[in-house]
Write a new protein. Structure first.
Length: 288
């Protein structure tokens, strides 16, 4: 078993495609990040790409965009996880992937480094192929544009604090994200307006046959009126109508309300996923 580190996202995607497309929904995050690295490299200051080879066959894959977590594919053989752990040098802030591969890697990393894993987010991956209509919600959807930057900036900050447990919001990364999504045909934001903007759904991280929906955010004072359901259904329907087969999204498993919202509009659960942070034996967390 051999681990190779690649420089080019296009080569990574071409070689890993049989592994990743065997379960596109499960791998939507790693596919989406790799595709963004290939098509919009300015969004990330650096990247690391690994393939695990058994002869010529790709049996494992992982990537990082420091300072963020390692993102892991489901390996064809469990030994690929140990090969990755042995090959990756230095400090990892954490790992994000579906269950059970995320746990297998985390346990092996703990054994190698003595780090402790801490659950930052327990999530579920959903996929949708047909939108169920949302009725009776006042307002309508519209694409966000550059005039919405101040609102998007504020709502993305609030979403990060509430949903992602961010303690240090990366303003520069938000600006790069806004530049990218407001000028892209394959990524963007949709706003639901009921007199005024009341809810937001983003989309991006395109895969060969789909796209990831998120973030979805409604300010607390405006919740319970169906706005989040309506804007998610609208952007999902628009993306499917553009020719895609799937929409994907991640939910917090501890939030039954949001999980029900998505299943009510046609999203079906694929698998559980976990975002782990690694804490060193000295008590220091490397997560940024």
């Amino acid at each position: 078993m051999e681990v190779v580190e690649l420089a080019e996202p296009a080569e990574f995607l071409a070689r890993a495609q049989p592994l990743l497309l065997a379960d596109e929904a499960r791998h939507n995050l790693i596919l989406g990040i790799a595709g963004t690295l290939r098509d919009s490299p300015h969004l990330y200051s650096e990247h690391q790409l690994w393939l695990v080879l058994d002869g010529e066959a790709v049996v494992g894959a992982a990537l990082r965009t420091p300072p963020y977590n390692l993102v892991l594919a489901r390996p064809r053989v469990e030994q690929a996880q140990q090969a990755l752990v042995s090959a990756i040098d230095g400090h990892l802030p954490g790992v994000t992937a579906a269950v059970p591969e995320v746990d297998v890697f985390a346990e092996a990393w703990q054994a190698k480094t003595g780090a402790t894993r801490i659950v930052r987010l327990a999530e579920k991956i959903y996929a949708l192929e047909r939108v169920l209509p949302v009725e009776g919600v006042p307002g309508e959807a519209r694409p966000a544009d550059d005039r919405d930057r101040p609102l998007l900036r504020a709502w993305l900050r609030d979403f990060g604090v509430e949903a992602l447990r961010e303690t240090n919001h990366d303003e520069a990364r938000t600006e790069r994200l806004l530049d990218h999504r407001l000028g892209s045909e394959s990524a963007g934001f949709t706003i639901w307006e009921d007199g005024l903007p009341v809810s937001l759904a983003g989309f991006g991280g395109a895969t060969p046959n789909g796209v990831r929906i998120g973030p979805v955010y409604t300010p607390p004072a405006l919740r319970g009126r169906g706005y989040g359901s309506a804007v998610t259904a609208a952007v999902s329907a628009e993306r499917l109508a553009s020719g895609l087969r799937f929409c994907f999204l991640y939910t917090d498993v501890t939030n039954p309300t949001s999980n029900k919202i998505y299943t009510d509009i046609g999203y079906e659960p694929v698998c559980d996923a976990v975002d782990y942070a690694f804490e060193s034996p000295t008590g220091e967390s490397g997560y940024a």
